[in-house]
Write a protein that binds this ligand. Structure first.
Ligand SMILES: *Cc1c(COP(=O)(O)O)cnc(C)c1O
Length: 362
């Protein structure tokens, strides 16, 4: 068998091995069509089935209620940063944003091109090491929407509770924690996520949008940048990222085989408890700068006593078969991304390595 590492990269990220093997088996002839999926017409019956199954699995596994549209778009979550205000904001109108780090800031920058931004809460005062108390946000009831980043991939924080926004639509960038735990989708008017963290390969962005938010979207926009176009055409207005959507479908089938999102959530909690436990039990060597109640169960960030030790840790980890342990360049230190597809076994192996490293270098 080919060599595999424990891959802790933040995105693109590890995928279930069984999914990779299924992809391999489906090449060169998907469903006896004589073509690989990436060779199928996006209008072909075989592809239409993949597209429909991906949507049906999302609806089932993520419990998406009636009245929501599921879209597969391109341009990454970064395109949503401007597409949302382009469709929903205007000069003289305002939107609320909670600033919890790099990705929120990027979303805020784009929104300001289209209208006013009210920073309803921010954790910038403490270098984004916590999630602001959601009941203490300064929400503006006249806002077009409230935008949050549910999991902060770089800072290592995660919302554990969501703001109550009343009649103001709540929009969340869930790029790095979508499908990682049970969620009441009905609290949100829109959820979006690039697939490459927790759902599949790069190239497709999932958008889940409620009908009444869609109804508020502007019409005088370029076709590709209008949500309505993609809703009308079931995300097949133009050639979509068919291969990426197919892999997302396989990942969803894998989640179902695992017992659904609830089972995945249990596993994710076990993984995070183990890793943060080892960090907290060895405070002379490992230090997580994130407030305990704000810690991300997807991306754990921590420091070692010196930067030299961090460099050594990353190098020795790589040699031992643990990849992608280096923290984001803007934060430094170590970052361990433990998305759905990272098994408990991988975190167990890593924490064993961490303890040995601490013993040898402490
Ligand atoms: C990775 C990431 C993005 C950017 O996604 P792209 O698909 O590269 O545009 C946005 N938000 C969050 C929370 C992310 O983790």
């Amino acid at each position: 068998m080919a060599k595999r590492i424990w891959n802790f990269n933040a995105g693109p990220a590890t995928l279930p091995l069984s999914v990779l093997e299924k992809i391999k088996a489906d090449i060169p002839s998907y469903n006896n069509s004589g073509m690989a999926v990436m060779e199928l017409s996006h209008r072909a019956k075989d592809y239409a089935d993949i597209h429909a199954q991906a949507k049906a699995l999302l609806t089932e596994l993520f419990n998406i209620p009636d009245g929501y549209n599921i879209l597969f778009l391109q341009g990454g979550a970064s395109t949503q940063f401007f597409m949302i205000p382009m469709n929903l904001l205007a000069q003289g109108k305002s939107a609320d944003y909670v600033n919890t780090g790099t990705w929120s800031k990027k979303a805020i920058k784009e929104a300001k091109l289209f209208g006013d931004v009210n920073i309803a809460g921010s954790s910038e005062d403490k270098n984004f090491t916590y999630i602001p108390d959601v009941s203490g946000l300064s929400l503006n009831s006249a806002s077009e929407y409230v935008h949050i980043t549910s999991n902060n991939t770089i800072a290592g924080t995660q919302f554990k509770k969501f703001p109550e926004t009343g009649s103001v639509p709540l929009i969340a960038d869930m790029s790095s924690d979508i499908m990682s735990k049970k969620l009441d989708v009905s609290k949100f008017s829109m959820i979006y996520a690039g697939a490459q963290k927790n759902m599949g390969p790069a190239g497709v962005t999932l958008v889940i949008m409620k009908d009444d938010l869609l109804a508020k979207c502007k019409q005088d926009l370029p076709s590709m940048l209008k949500y309505d176009t993609h809703v009308q055409k079931d995300s097949l207005f133009n050639t979509g990222p068919t291969f990426s959507i197919y892999v997302v479908k396989l990942v969803l089938e894998w989640i179902k085989e695992c017992g659904g999102v609830e089972a995945i959530e249990k596993e994710n909690n076990k993984k995070a408890d183990l890793l943060y436990g080892v960090i907290d039990d060895n405070p002379d060597f490992f230090k997580c700068p994130i407030e305990v109640n704000s810690r991300s169960f997807m991306n754990a960030v921590f420091r070692l006593p010196t930067e030299d030790l961090e460099k050594q840790f990353i190098a020795e980890a790589a040699e031992a078969g643990f990849g992608g342990t280096k923290g984001h360049r803007s934060v430094g230190g170590i970052r361990i991304s433990m998305y759905n597809a990272m098994p408990y076994k991988g975190i167990k192996a890593l924490t064993d390595f961490m303890l040995k490293f601490a013993k040898n270098n402490g």
